[in-house]
Structures are given as C-alpha cells and as structure tokens.
Design a protein around this ligand. Structure first.
Ligand SMILES: Nc1ncnc2c1ncn2[C@@H]1O[C@H](COP(=O)(O)OP(=O)(O)O)[C@@H](O)[C@H]1O
Ligand SMILES: [Mg+2]
Length: 239
C-alpha cells in the first residue's frame, strides 16, 4: 500500500437549517483512504451518508474541516477547478444511476469526456469501447428507459469508469437493484479497483454483499464515523 492517501478528511462538520432549527448531520468526521482500499460506510437512512459522499466528491462543501483529494484541498479550488479534479480523479456511482433520460447510452457515457483533450471521433470511439466491454455494444443508441435496470447500471458504471478514476465514490450503489444485478455491479467495480489500484468508498444501509471484502468498515452514527469489526450484527433499519 502506498503511504499517500488519495483522500483525507479531517474533522468535517455539516449542518442544515430547516425552518427555525439547525440539524447537525456530521459532527467531526475523519477519514483516510489509500490507493487500493475498499472502504465501506454503513448507516441507517438519514444518518448523512449521501451528505458525506457529496462532501467527499466536492459537490457540496463542509461547514468546517478539510478535505484533501490527492493532497489538494477542495477549499483552495474554484468550483470549476473542483469540477475538473472530479472529472479527472473521481468516478461517481449513484443509487438511481442518474443517467440523462433523453440521451442515448452512448451520449450518457460520452458526456464524461466533455472536457477531455480528445477529438470528437476519439471520444466516440473510447465511449463505444467501454460500452462494448460492458456487453452493451448492441445498445449504444438506446435511451435509458429502453434498457433493463442491469443495462442502465452498466451504462452508469461505464460513465463512472471511463476516465480511469483513482477514487470511486459509490452512494448505495446496490440499494435499488436485485441481488444478482447488485453482485454483477460489485464485480465490475471491484475488478476495476483491484486492476487499477484505485480506491473505493461505498455507503450502504446494510444490505451490501461486498461488506466482507472491505479493508475498512465504518458505521456512520450520530454524525461520527465509528470503526467496525467485520462480522458484527448488521444495521437493521431500512435505508
Ligand atoms: N439540502 C438539505 N437541506 C436540508 N436538510 C438536508 C439537506 N440534505 C440532507 N439533509 C438532511 O440530512 C440528513 C441526512 O441525509 P442523507 O445524507 O441523505 O441521509 P442518508 O443518505 O444516510 O440516508 C437527512 O435528515 C436530510 O433530511
Ligand atoms: Mg442517501
């Protein structure tokens, strides 16, 4: 394992004001993620898993604390620079895939190459290649709704992986799919991570088949990340 973390957060806090009250969601989260590591964060619905993933991916900013991505602090970057860092280094996987409904499979994947230096032809070829590798060569021109859930999910994975991210941030990636589809997704993600020595941070409300493979397992509870030993009882509430 290299000793330089791809992601390091210190003392992250985040609150939301809802009408007259302030709710503290994160109360001092520390996390270090090294190349090659699979980090799994369990937590009940509403504990702040998505809020934390948005902070880690630079989509939202913490109230206090610092996040370094590959040694670069997000808070020293403009939003445009953060978007560039995210495109170059991070692959995002969402529970609902977040595909653009009016774009074809190919266009959804190509969209991840928007700011790359490749020519239009090279972008197209690259997107076609990764879709072919995901067994979607015959579905390039289909809209998301014309694809099965498993196929949609592979389009989302192709989009997340096409820039060869060194960090994958996956927020309840298997939360909305059946076990077989979830396992297939997990296999694609894990083989990518292992082959590229990438890191992956996955959140789950408990039903995640890859939990035993985690290098580090945490429970997000009451605004803090509590290290867990594998094999402890699952979180029971639905996510
Ligand atoms: N933009 C927001 N404004 C107000 N409250 C929010 C906002 N985003 C999240 N929250 C609140 O933060 C809490 C944690 O949300 P979330 O991270 O989505 O939970 P989880 O992903 O663990 O189910 C919830 O109570 C939610 O209502
Ligand atoms: Mg969530």
């Amino acid at each position: 394992m290299e000793n330089k973390p791809i992601l390091k957060c210190t003392n992250l806090t985040k609150s939301f004001r809802i009408r007259k009250s302030i709710i503290e969601i994160l109360k001092g989260v520390d996390l270090e993620v090294y190349p090659g590591e699979l980090i799994v964060i369990k937590g009940r619905s509403g504990e702040g898993k998505s809020v934390l993933q948005w902070l880690l991916s630079g989509i939202d900013a913490p109230d206090s604390g610092e996040i370094l991505i590959d040694g670069i602090p997000y808070n020293k970057l403009s939003s445009e620079e953060i978007a560039n860092v995210r495109r170059q280094k991070i692959g995002l996987v969402f529970q609902n895939f977040n595909l653009i409904p009016s774009w074809t499979a190919l266009e959804n994947v190509e969209s991840a190459l928007l700011n790359s230096n490749l020519s239009a032809v090279e972008k197209r070829e690259k997107a076609i290649t990764i879709l072919e590798n995901m067994d979607l060569g015959h579905r390039l021109d289909n809209l998301p709704l014309e694809l099965s859930v498993g196929q949609q999910q592979r389009v989302a994975l192709a989009r997340a992986l096409i820039n060869r991210p060194s960090l994958i941030i996956a927020d309840e990636p298997t939360g909305n799919v059946d076990d077989e589809t979830g396992n297939e997704m997990l296999n694609i993600l894990l083989s990518y991570v292992r082959e590229n020595n990438s890191a992956m941070v996955v959140t789950t409300h408990g039903h995640f088949t890859g939990i035993d493979l985690a290098d580090k397992l945490y429970l997000l509870k009451d605004g803090l990340l509590v290290p867990q030993t594998k094999g402890q009882p699952e979180v029971t509430a639905a996510g």
